[in-house]
Design a protein around this ligand. Structure first.
Ligand code: SAH
Length: 345
């Protein structure tokens, strides 16, 4: 059985032609799946019973099931735990901002990148998500919440560049005019810095925003908290960013989780300035979200502001990420982890 929701419009159209159907059927079915979000072939009311039967014999429509959600009483952030067809779990988060709602989705079940401060990677990678499983997170969160979605960030569980083909399929389908029709400019893909994939993505010339998880101002700090840095040096990552900007003209966003005593010293400010000056980019500071398995602590609030000020004085474009959903296991991967540990949700 083939996963019909992961097919691009042209692929679906071709398959229908191969089944002896006329070309417009592809678009009709694609619209049912991606614009109207139907979960069964029987809901496709303008498709003949005979064709629905045939579709059912060759394809399945992926669905995901809400297990639970938590809502922040501080800012209304909602975190959903979803069960997939093979009974594995992922998280998605709805964040409400003044400028619109943003959904943060997962790209893998678990992660094999091993960042020391991250809850999603503790048990390693189980598997990558299909395009349909990423699409369904968006469709389900918007359906369940009844909220309009204006932005998507792929910053949930997993490393999107370790699931390259499916993530690219997802990006093409979610931004398709015949589907959910969300502008690529409103989508951010975050990576820990897999250099070949950043270049490959650049060559596709999509209009998405690329976010790089920097978290260290020099090779040594980066290596000490992100094992992936041993494979791809900071210099290589910065070169790949330059290439990405030259190809796409999209400004890069750098993520920097401030960890007290690890990457938040005066020298880190100097190094960050040197590293980022001259790059058309934006730096996002996030006080690290402590997880109970590790003893990393965030920098103090006052120091985070000072850190920002000092960088700004040096001409760097810096913002402090608003912490969303502090009261609901804010850091990604924690809800799934609690489920795996069979804690009461
Ligand atoms: N694997 C991708 C995307 C998922 S993580 C990546 O590494 O970019 C999304 C962001 O959250 C990354 O910048 C990641 O480094 C950061 N992050 C993970 N755990 C965190 C924590 N405990 N506190 C703050 N940021 C964290």
């Amino acid at each position: 059985m083939e996963d019909i929701k992961s097919l691009q419009l042209d692929e679906l159209t071709q398959k229908l032609k191969d089944m002896g159907q006329s070309a417009f059927r592809g678009k009709q079915i694609y619209t049912w799946l991606h614009k109207r979000g139907v979960k069964s072939f029987d809901d496709m009311t303008d498709i003949s019973k005979d064709l629905r039967q045939k579709l059912q014999e060759s394809f399945y429509i992926n669905t995901i099931e809400e297990v639970t959600h938590q809502e922040s009483s501080i800012d209304g952030t909602r975190k959903y735990l979803f069960k997939l067809r093979d009974d594995s779990y992922v998280e998605s988060v709805l964040m409400k901002y003044h400028h619109g709602n943003s959904i943060c989705i997962s790209s893998q079940v678990g992660c094999r990148m091993g960042c020391k401060f991250c809850a999603s990677t503790i048990e390693g990678l189980y598997r990558s998500l299909s395009a349909s499983e990423m699409l369904d997170q968006v469709y389900e969160v918007s359906r369940l919440s009844g909220e309009r979605v204006s932005n998507i960030v792929i910053m949930g569980i997993g490393e999107p560049m370790d699931n390259f083909d499916n993530v690219v399929s997802f990006l093409r389908i979610i931004s398709s005019e015949d589907g959910f029709n969300l502008s690529q400019r409103n989508i951010t893909v975050s990576t820990c810095g897999i250099v070949e994939r950043i270049k490959e993505l650049a060559d596709l010339n999509l209009q998405i925003t690329l976010a790089i998880s920097l978290h260290g101002s020099n090779q040594k700090v980066r290596e000490s908290i992100m094992p992936v840095a041993k494979m791809y040096s900071l210099d290589q990552v910065m070169d790949a960013c330059k290439y990405y900007f030259e190809k796409t003209h999209r400004r890069i966003s750098f993520e920097y989780a401030l960890i007290s005593g690890v990457n938040d010293k005066e020298e880190n400010i100097r190094e960050l300035t040197e590293l980022l000056s001259g790059h058309n980019c934006h730096l996002n500071l996030i006080p690290v979200n402590p997880i109970k398995e590790r003893d990393f602590a965030p920098s103090s609030k006052e120091w985070v502001y000072k850190f920002q000020n000092k960088l700004e004085k040096n001409g760097i474009n810096v913002t402090i990420r608003r912490e969303m959903g502090r009261d609901i296991d804010g850091a990604c991967g924690q809800l799934r982890r609690r489920k795996m540990l069979r804690e009461e949700l």
